[in-house]
Design a protein around this ligand. Sequence first.
Ligand SMILES: *Cc1c(COP(=O)(O)O)cnc(C)c1O
Length: 427
Amino acid sequence: MLYQRSSALFKDAQEYIPGGVNSPVRAFKSVGGTPIFIKKAEGAYIYDEDGRAYVDYINSWGPMIIGHTDPRVLNATVEQMKNGFSFGTPTELETEIAKLITSVVPNIDMVRMVNSGTEACMSAIRLARGYTNRDKIVKFEGCYHGHSDSFLIKAGSGAATFGNPNSPGVTQGTAKDTLLAEYNNLEDVKALFEQNKDEIAAIIVEPIAGNMGCIVPEKGFLEGLRQICDANGALLIFDEVMTGFRQAMGGSQERLNINADIVTFGKVIGGGFPVGAFAARREIMNHLAPLGPVYQAGTLSGNPIAMRAGITTLNIINNDRELFNRIDNATETLDNEISKIFTEKGIPNHINRLGSMMSVFFTEQTEIKNFTDVKKCNHERFNKFFHHLLTNEVYIAPSGYETWFISDAIKDTEINKTLDAVRSFEG
Ligand SMILES: *Cc1c(COP(=O)(O)O)cnc(C)c1O
C-alpha cells in the first residue's frame, strides 16, 4: 500500500483533531481518499511518511516560492533563534522588514505586521471602516480573505469545497454588512454602490484571484473598481496575501500597474513562518493604535524568528531580478504542454494562468472568469486527475478550486516528471 503510514497517522489524528487536520482542505474531503502526511521537504520536493518524494506544486499554499528549506533562510533563522524566541518588545528587525516592504510595494508608507493572512484582512477592513466611518464592505463571490466572520460569505475554495458557503456561527448582523458581487462584473459593483450610497467603506478583492482556482482580472475590471471607490469615497483593498511578492516584488499593484489604498500580505512574506501584514499610506495608517483609535494588537506580532525568515526570503527574491521570469516561464511551459497533451487526448480543458499561478479546469467552456464558471467545471474528472498525479508523485492542491504555486526550485527535471504523469492520465 502506497500510503500505509499516512493512513495510520490520519486514523490516529482524527481521534484528537477535528477531521484529523488543522485546516480543512488538508483532509482531502473534496477529492476523496486519505491525506498524505509529510515528514520533510527540500527544494522542489516534499517527502511523505511512507518515503515517497513528490514534486510540490502547493508549496505550503504559496510561501515556499524559492523552494523548501532554502539553506540561506535556514541558517539565518537558526542564528536568530540563538538570541531568543520572542520578546514582546520592539526589535530592529521589524523596522528592517517594514523598510524593505515599503521600498518595493507601491503606494504604501507604513506596515503593521500580524501573524496570518486572516488577521491582515480582518484588520484591514477594521481600519477601512474606522477611516471612512462606514460599515459596509464589498467582496466578490469565490474570493477568500481568511476565515474572519465578515468574509465567510461565498468564500471560495475551502468553504465551497465543503458545501457551506455561509458558515454557521456568523451572525446575521455581521453578514448584512458584507455585500457580494460577481468577480469581473463591474455592473454588479456599481449597483451595490447605488443601493448603499455613502455606506460602503471599502471594496476588498484578490487582484488576481486564486481561491476559486486561478481567475485573471479582465481588462478594465480593477481600473473600474478604482474609479468606483474614488467616486464614492470608499477605499480599495487589495488582498495580496497570495499574490504579494509572487506576481512581482510589488505584487499585483506593480504587475498590473494599479494602486490600492490598503494592501494585505501573508504567505511569501513570512518565508514559511506564520506572518501576515497590512500596509497603506501614512494618512490611513495614522488611524491605527497607538497613533489613532482603530485598535489592533498581537502578542507574537513581529516575532523575531519569523521576521528574520521573512527578511531573508524577501531579500533573496529582491536581489534576483530574474526569479520572477524563471517561475513565470516554468508555469507557461506547464500551461502550454498540459493543454497540448489534453487537447491531443480529446480531454476538454481550459487553463487559466498569470505569472506563477495557474489552474487546470476540465470544461468545454472557453473562458473561466468567475465563481459560477468554476462551479460548472468537471470536478469529478479533476479529482481523478489529482489522484493520478499523486500516484505518480506529483502533488497539486487537493481541490478543483485551487491554484498551482510554482516555485523557483521547479526545473526541467520536475516539469518533465509532471508532464509524463499528465500524459498517462486517461481522463
Ligand atoms: C491564504 C489567504 C488568506 C488567509 O491567509 P491565512 O494565513 O491562511 O490566514 C487570505 N487571503 C488570501 C487571498 C489568501 O490566499
